[in-house]
Design a protein around this ligand. Structure first.
Ligand code: G3I
Length: 446
């Protein structure tokens, strides 16, 4: 739930508060994602915001995921806003929460060009000073969490799209050697943490991922400590790279782990049934590509709810990129992850049901309705399917879009009634034709 920015009406604020109060609790499929992932020895993680780890947000973060990544709390600008003045509160909170919930932590991130403190960015440093600053920062932060962070994104986003090195404070001051220095410092600070280089647009085989490949191959050959690569996977609807699995495999073949570190799949708003179905297929494709390669450790989503996603702020008009909607209702993408991890193919939310009834009937026609009700679960979109057993045909529907092919009818929500909150229901109706008999079919909710 995003609160309205200044200038929004009181009515909007009240609507937000009501929605908050009535937000469905953390009901999703059983077993939770983390149990399925644990059984496969895989990571299913989420980025989190420390201040939100209470209530429904905290329940879901704790119940569904086996790894957490601080979305911002461990970045240099967060932990040392003024030189020598440290703020570990949010990072500590996340690490404590993870330990209390039996979760691992992915540290993010030690050396980056972005979200650095102003004192660092605006300073003028000799190479020796810069090297000292970087090494001290790594020693301090990775040392602080020694034994409590399972993997570190040591270096974040070192490449340009064409595979050349990004011109950053670090590269410009220290040359490409800053990467080896950073990894070496991280290993010294926490010998048990897995050390990663993490980047975006490196999911498929392309110039950028090939540059990353060449870098980590050379680092390994030189004996520089490197355990894995992070493929961020900030993807666009319908655009999962076809070479994703091949790309993961080539890194694995170097003897490196591969992690999907920041998975989200954005779409043009508003979402609709077709987009959410495509998104679910995309999430499943990413999960399957990872699961097909034993050295792919698993996937972390970059925020589990659309209310905690960076997308709308960065790509105006786009969003709905995560597996849960803004009111914590699991989306088809959640189900896709669940299924990819080996969950059953039961309907998305076990406690939403559909009931078919004939409300009136005459010599050749009838009026029917389907009521979809949720209890202990919620839906953000729905599809109700059934197969007529006696030649009936739907001739007209309302409050849903229905198509019939042979005996099979498929009805999906109208733009205005896709949401079925916990404890709520929606009903749609239709007219049909029949002859002989008019038995009620069983409706499947998808
Ligand atoms: O904390 C301040 C708040 O006090 C202020 O009122 C507000 C005003 O806009 O800004 C808040 O800070 C924002 C911060 O997120 C926390 O919400 C920053 O403006 C905003 O720039 C920052 O965005 C983060 C972004 O990194 C910065 O590049 C996103 O949350 C975070 O999800 C995103 O994460 C990165 C990964 O670290 C690396 N890969 C790409 C990914 C997406 O950009």
């Amino acid at each position: 739930m995003r609160f309205p920015r200044s200038g929004s009406s009181l009515a909007t604020l009240v609507a937000c508060l009501v929605a908050l109060v009535t937000a469905p609790s953390a009901h999703a499929a059983d077993p939770p994602l983390r149990d399925l992932a644990d059984a496969k020895g895989k990571v299913i993680g989420t980025a989190v915001t420390g201040s939100r780890l209470t209530g429904t947000y905290g329940e879901i973060a704790g119940a569904q995921f086996n790894w957490l990544t601080p979305g911002n709390a461990m970045k240099w600008g967060s932990v040392e806003p003024a030189r020598g003045s440290f703020d570990w509160a949010e990072a500590d909170r996340i690490v404590d929460f993870a330990e209390a919930h039996g979760q691992e932590v992915r540290g993010h991130t030690l050396v980056w060009h972005s979200q650095n403190p102003n004192w660092l960015t605006n300073g003028t440093w000799t190479p020796a000073q810069l090297s000292r600053l970087m090494n001290d920062h790594i020693a301090l932060e990775a040392g602080r969490y020694k034994g409590r962070v399972a993997a570190w994104d040591v270096v974040n986003e070192p490449f340009n799209e064409d595979g050349s090195y990004r011109q950053t404070l670090w590269y410009n001051g220290l040359g490409v050697d800053y990467i080896a220095q950073a990894l070496t410092a991280a290993r010294a600070a926490d010998p048990d943490a897995k050390l990663y280089i993490n980047d975006y647009n490196v999911e498929g085989v392309n110039a950028k991922s090939t540059a990353l490949y060449n870098l980590v191959r050379d680092l390994k050959a030189r004996g520089v400590p490197i355990d894995g690569v992070g493929l961020q996977a900030h993807l666009i609807l319908g655009q999962v790279p076809s070479t994703l699995q091949q790309n993961i495999q080539r890194f694995a073949d170097l003897g490196l782990d591969v992690a999907i570190t920041e998975l989200d799949i954005r779409m043009q708003l508003p979402p609709d049934t077709a987009k959410l179905a495509q998104q679910a297929a995309d999430y499943k494709a990413v999960m399957n590509a990872c699961l097909a390669v034993s050295r792919c450790t698993g996937a972390t989503v970059w925020g589990f709810t659309d209310s905690d996603s960076w997308i709308p702020d960065t790509f105006p008009g786009q969003g709905a990129a995560t597996p849960y909607d803004e009111n914590y209702a699991p989306k088809p993408a959640y189900r896709a992850i669940h299924e990819a991890l080996g969950g059953t193919t039961a309907p998305p939310t076990g406690a939403c049901t559909a009931a078919y009834s004939v409300t009136s009937q005459w010599s050749t026609g009838f009026t029917g309705q389907v009521r979809i009700a949720c209890s202990g679960a919620a839906l953000s979109s729905w599809k109700a399917d059934w197969t007529f057993g006696a030649g009936q045909r739907v001739t007209q529907a309302w409050n849903a879009t229905c198509t019939q092919s042979g005996a099979t009818v498929s009805c999906s929500n109208a733009p205005y009634n896709g949401t079925v909150p916990d404890g709520g229901s929606v009903t749609f109706g239709f007219n049909g034709s029949w002859s002989g008999s008019n038995p009620a079919p069983t409706v499947t909710l998808g």
